[in-house]
Design a protein around this ligand. Structure first.
Ligand code: SAH
Ligand code: DHB
Ligand code: MG
Length: 221
């Protein structure tokens, strides 16, 4: 579900507060040329991730779900030249496009793109000692969301910020009759945030160019 009025307000906000530079604009073009789906976060959402990472003073960020690296660039800019972003992507083609986009944006040296199913690469992130992470952004396959939330706690420390994209999924998370596997996956992730004694969480609905969706936000205790 989308709405022209929501899109007009997103355009207003983005034009006023989040004008994209050439490197961010180039990501959209490169992704479209390479046939990647346009499911990256919106500009104002990317800036929100960037600001949350700065507020947290994050130097080590883990992202699950890279696509073309649009959100990755916002996060990489937040950690600064001494910081590090590890981003996990299943599709080799997406990872290749992301690496080129990160290179063009001048942040490739601080980003480690790891290719494979995240549930397979997360153990290597742990065994390579890349944590603890200051912020974890979860934005990959929705069916594994609860597992990713558990991994975020495992690879975090007290104070780690956990952000979950697509937390509302067009309202389907609150539809108890939903048989949509993505919605059920997101709901399992929210339930994990509620149940896990090491997390304090909330979720916020959003509307805009991405339709009706939202973010869940948690802190590791
Ligand atoms: N964070 C990106 C958008 C990610 S879209 C942005 O805002 O710019 C979701 C991505 O997760 C897709 O590229 C998809 O290929 C990837 N993905 C799907 N299943 C995955 C898995 N099991 N492990 C890692 N990545 C996965
Ligand atoms: C889809 C995935 C996303 O992460 C997103 O933000 C929007 C849509 C999708 O798989 O359709
Ligand atoms: Mg998403």
């Amino acid at each position: 579900m989308s709405d022209p009025a929501w899109e007009a307000v997103d355009s207003y906000i983005s034009d006023l507060l989040v004008p994209e530079d050439d490197d961010l604009r180039a990501v959209h073009e490169a992704n479209a040329t390479a046939g990647l789906p346009a499911i990256d976060v919106a500009p104002n959402q990317g800036k929100l991730l960037h600001l949350l990472a700065r507020l947290a003073g994050a130097r080590a960020v883990l992202e699950i779900g890279t696509l073309g690296g649009y959100s990755t660039i916002w996060l990489a800019r937040a950690v600064g030249p001494q910081g590090r972003v590890v981003t996990l992507e299943f599709a080799p083609h997406h990872a290749e496009v992301a690496r080129a986009n990160l290179e063009r944006a001048g942040v490739a040296d601080r980003v480690d793109v790891r290719v494979g199913r995240a549930l397979d690469t997360l153990p290597t992130v742990e065994s390579d000692g890349l944590g603890p992470f200051d912020l974890v952004f979860i934005d990959a396959d929705k069916k594994s969301t609860a597992d990713y939330v558990r991994w975020a706690v495992r690879l975090g420390r007290p104070g780690t910020v956990v952000i979950l994209d697509n937390a509302i999924w067009d309202g389907a998370v609150a539809d108890l009759d939903s048989a949509d596997l993505d919605a059920l996956g997101v709901r399992a992730g929210l339930e994990e945030m509620a149940r896990n004694p090491r997390l304090e969480a909330t979720a916020i609905q959003t509307v805009g160019v991405k339709g009706w969706d939202g973010f869940a936000l948690a802190v590791v205790t």
